[in-house]
Ligand binder design. Structure first.
Ligand code: FPP
Length: 232
């Protein structure tokens, strides 16, 4: 029997194009994207997913116009201030993947406070990737290992120096808006993940789409480099 994916990681793409198709400024797409975030977090929790990772801001996103970056940070602040109580009540545990130090002090303290407030919860683990880049994450892990004098680390040791420490690796990666790229997302952790691409833009992605991705995942045969199961 193929079980539910324990960890789903999502590249939320297409906010800008969703807005452009409606002749709206890009920030409207991001605003609508936050509504999808709320729905998908709820849905993942009720479906019994253990970990949900959302790619909200990559280390390359600093190249965007300042107004868009400010808009995204404002949406993140609003999301945290409006949703923290409910996230906490639902037992959701928040963790940030990425280097927060580049963000304004206000964002750092809001985000850190939300992680601390929810740290003892036992429900869905919600990871938000912020100023995240997989190569930077690996360089940071190697640097830390070097500083600790760790030579010839095992895979488990490398994993323990990543932002996803103590979490299962993603089983399923979903990317919206039809792009066929991994965009420097969790490159170590998704070594054996199944990939699901949907043409839908993130603002129009629904709980049904999430369920569909999970059903498709269940149909896949995961071999982890081994052979087909001959007992079937
Ligand atoms: C990709 O669309 C989306 C982003 C870079 C940002 C995603 C952020 C949010 C949904 C809002 C904040 C998140 C949380 C967790 C509250 P794009 O702008 O690259 O779209 P495009 O490729 O069509 O231009």
């Amino acid at each position: 029997m193929i079980l539910l994916p324990r960890h789903i990681a999502i590249i939320m793409d297409g906010n800008g194009r969703w807005a452009k198709m409606r002749n709206l400024p890009r920030i409207f797409g991001h605003r609508q994207g936050v509504k999808t975030v709320k729905k998908i977090v709820q849905a993942a929790g009720s479906l019994g997913i253990e970990v949900l990772t959302l790619y909200a801001f990559s280390s390359e996103n600093w190249k965007r116009p300042e107004s868009e970056i400010k808009g995204l940070l404002a949406l993140l602040s609003k999301f945290i201030s409006k949703e923290l109580k409910e996230l906490n009540e639902k037992g959701i545990k928040l963790r940030i993947l990425g280097d927060l130090s580049k963000f304004p002090p206000k964002t750092i303290s809001e985000v850190s406070n939300a992680c601390k407030t929810t740290s003892k919860n036992k429900g869905l683990q919600l990871n938000i990737a912020l100023n995240y880049g997989a190569r930077q994450e690996l360089i940071s892990a190697f640097t830390q290992m070097q500083q600790k004098g760790i030579k010839n680390p095992s895979e488990a040791v490398v994993s323990s120096f990543l932002y996803t420490k103590n979490q299962p690796d993603p089983d399923l990666v979903i990317r919206t808006s039809g792009q066929l790229r991994l965009s420097n997302f969790l490159l170590w952790q998704i070594a054996y993940a199944e990939i699901h691409i949907t043409p839908k833009f993130w603002p129009e992605f629904t709980e049904e789409d999430l369920k569909f991705a999970i059903e498709e995942f269940k149909k896949r045969e995961r071999r982890f480099g081994g052979l087909e199961d001959e007992s079937k």
